[in-house]
Design a binder for this molecule. Sequence first.
Ligand code: SAH
Length: 383
Amino acid sequence: MASAAAAPGPIPIELLPVGLTEQSRGSRARPPRHLADLDPAGRRAAVAERGLPGYRADQLSRHYFSRLTEDPADMTDLPAGLRAGLAAALLPPLLTAQRELECDGGTTRKTLWRAFDGAFVESVLMRYPDRVTMCVSSQAGCGMACPFCATGQAGLTRNLSAAEIVTQVFAGARTMASGAVPGGRSRVSNVVFMGMGEPLANYSSVLTAVRRITDPAPAGLGISQRAVTVSTVGLVPAIKKLTAEGLSVRLAVSLHAPDDELRNELVPVNRRWQVAEVLDAAWGYAAATGRRVSIEYAMIRGINDQAWRADLLASLLAGRLAHVNLIPLNPTPGSKWTASDPAVADEFLGRLATRGIPVTVRDTRGTQIDGACGQLAAATSPA
Ligand code: SAH
């Protein structure tokens, strides 16, 4: 692949068009600061601002990250006179559940959240026999405008703060600990940044959230880095930045087409970073982490499911540390597209498999509650 040599070099984040940047837009108020935005040193500094010793921050961290409580009344190791003030300062309510929908006998649950400024986001908790996955949103809306994805249709409202992201996992962890999900009490084992938004367009908050999710308790929620997946449309400079972080989270790339002509249409940001460049960045990530990159491919009838595209995809991935996840297209309002015919999808999968490319079909959950991939559109479906 000659792309690395031909590429003009990384484009600085500041030069990205609006919708791809981390800049806050206009004079929007920031979400209140929360314990989960801060590392342990930052938490101690925050309690010091209130004239309190550092160990008060550690106590608060244990309540939140280890015991999963944010109720001051439960914090009996803190003097009663301090509890409410500390909680108000460091555990402000960030997201309020507006509506919960469930399916799969209660093992898939979608929550619609309302943020402090009225922005809506959604998260989905999925219990499987061997794991519990929390799918979180990183932005309210999304600026990537992929035509087959419901989230992309309304555009970007704003980036979420790190704590707004962590809060979604915290809520899932509490739900699992409560025993409300059939199958008994458990924990959240996996987190996927596959809800609303483009995580790498909200880089610093997502990185902070990843650290809070994976730092051992009580610094964070103690979920394994290897069990966290960051999914991206392919923002090359941000993939390179992530590569340099030294994390071992899984990277997923939403490819959906092996050729630029079609990918320009399905994933418009491809006009900026084309297939070869995106894959080069992905292989850089794989080399640095030793982890297989997950290549996401929504199967769209008559659009990207031809045998020649399977063969082209196989040739791009041959010998690479990659795994293909085929996702039958989920229906979205107003979309003219539908899922591939199962026989065609089988043929596509078979062609990849025969060429030695690891490939699976995603067991997509939550279609009945519009909670599956590409169906999260909270902003257009208020309670
Ligand atoms: N913006 C990131 C994170 C969202 S992940 C990304 O695109 O990777 C959501 C995944 O579901 C992506 O792979 C996305 O391309 C895919 N998806 C979007 N709409 C879909 C649909 N209608 N059916 C199936 N998958 C879809």
